[in-house]
Design a protein around this ligand. Sequence first.
Ligand code: HEC
Ligand code: HEC
Ligand code: HEC
Ligand code: HEC
Length: 457
Amino acid sequence: MSIVARVTSLLAGAAAVLLLAGCERPPVDSVQHGYRGTGMLNVYNPRTLELQVPANQPPEAIPAAPDDGPKAKDIYKNVQVLGDLSVGAFTRHMLSITQWVAPNEGCAYCHNVENLADDSKYQKVVARRMIQMTQKVNADWKPHVAATGVTCWTCHRGQAVPGQVWFQAEPQNKRADFIGNLNGQNLASPSVGLASLPYDPFTPYLQKAVMIGVGSGTALPTGHKASLQDTEQTYGLMMHFSKALGVNCTYCHNSRNFKEWNESTPQRATAWHGIRMVRQLNNEYLVPLTDTFPASRKGPTGDVAKIYCATCHQGAYKPVYGAQMAKDFPELLTVAAVAKTGAAPLPPPVAEARRSVLYYDVGSAVLQDAQAKGLAELTATMLKTGSLKATISGYHSASGTLAQNQELAKQRAFTVRDALLSAGIAESRVILAKPQQTAGNVSGEDPSSRRVEVTVQ
Ligand code: HEC
Ligand code: HEC
Ligand code: HEC
Ligand code: HEC
């Protein structure tokens, strides 16, 4: 062999080694997850799993304390959520959250130790809201978390800031060279599995309620108009799902038809509820705490750290591999009644067979359960007569800026659309009308200016 040929073959060998370095070393296991021949396989690397399983064992629960004796609210001064616990159970709860969230720092991480009733540390104010959030997940999101539920440990794992959170992406640094506007994509970003997809799929899909999906039900772009970038952004979100759960796309989809629900696995339905749950946790619990957090905890654009699938799942198909931690903490399984302050209650929804009006709290795009009940008759009408379509219009007041109000009215309309879809109405039968400003009521104090109307025709 000539010297040139020898050097060439050496170089080729080196290049092959470099190329293969990006692949995973065999053997890799695969588990069949659907009918034979359908390609529903999940690929696992046994070596990664071996490391992951021991790292995902929950801490042992502190033994339960007796339920009798005086209640926490009778003994302590500033107990707003856990007041109905016995003093013993309350102390056990404080010890447990210390173990889950601040094991090294101890009680002083949240408390001014001179006065435990004092709320001057932001950590305590956040922790109180976190207790309520955990209760909400366990009590109201059973379609996702089932009886397994969550505790603070599910997200925190012994750290004050959960290991996996997200912020809004930084605005792009527009450069003077010819690279041009990257348009929020075209960078190898870890948020989307190092693909160059749009790297913030979280703000539109896990905070706002933009429709996820790329396939149109019709030949022409009527109704659902997904752009190429929407398609890529959907794919970016799906990359996150796969990475967060440590699974392939086929854990939820049959790859011959990603859109078709009838051919998807039950896990996809669980994930559908998970998306709605995450939106609620972000909008109702984290975002309102923005001003409570110090600047050092916020993202580059000043937003609060938010939740996505990886916050709980951390690489496992079920967080902590399905360990049933929550059942040992009954106080985290139901939403505790808290003395309501301030805001006047909303009027009952209008619940007719062909028209429904639902009301919202000031500045909120959360469809409260009591309001959602107003859709029951209308949904029944639609399920009975397949030709009927629903038109959803969101209304907003004239106070504040127009762009923000329109966005809010739109997000409110989306919650109603989702409620109809989850009741089994096809997407093609739901029409979203443009947000409208209510006449007269300028300040927005009247709840009728914060409403969504649905009419069926
Ligand atoms: C992760 C934050 C956090 C940690 C750590 C923590 N606490 Fe608390 N503590 C709270 C919150 C939140 C409340 C208020 C609960 C409520 O409103 O229902 C509270 C309330 C209390 C109260 C009632 C005070 C009063 O008079 O109102 C006592 C007592 C207490 N904690 C003791 C402890 C002890 C002892 C420790 C350490 C073993 C501890 N806490 C660790 C968050 C924390
Ligand atoms: C679904 C995930 C999730 C669960 C469950 C959860 N948290 Fe959090 N927690 C978060 C996120 C996200 C943040 C914001 C991160 C940050 O602080 O920057 C946070 C922040 C906090 C902070 C502020 C820490 C700091 O220094 O900024 C405290 C204290 C806290 N949580 C306590 C709790 C307690 C107590 C529980 C259980 C009752 C709990 N959390 C349950 C996700 C969760
Ligand atoms: C954990 C479950 C899960 C995994 C894993 C997952 N998806 Fe999805 N996917 C969903 C859900 C749920 C939706 C529908 C979301 C909605 O309607 O709000 C969806 C929607 C989609 C859509 C849009 C279909 C339409 O209606 O137009 C495509 C395309 C898609 N996924 C592709 C993928 C690809 C590619 C992967 C792997 C990289 C993947 N998915 C991984 C759960 C999953
Ligand atoms: C608040 C914590 C939390 C968050 C956030 C979360 N999950 Fe889950 N998820 C759980 C728990 C707990 C279970 C286990 C339920 C059970 O035991 O059946 C679960 C189960 C699932 C399953 C079913 C797994 C199986 O094999 O049955 C899927 C799929 C899933 N989650 C997808 C998602 C997706 C996608 C997201 C993000 C949109 C998400 N989850 C966000 C807590 C969470």
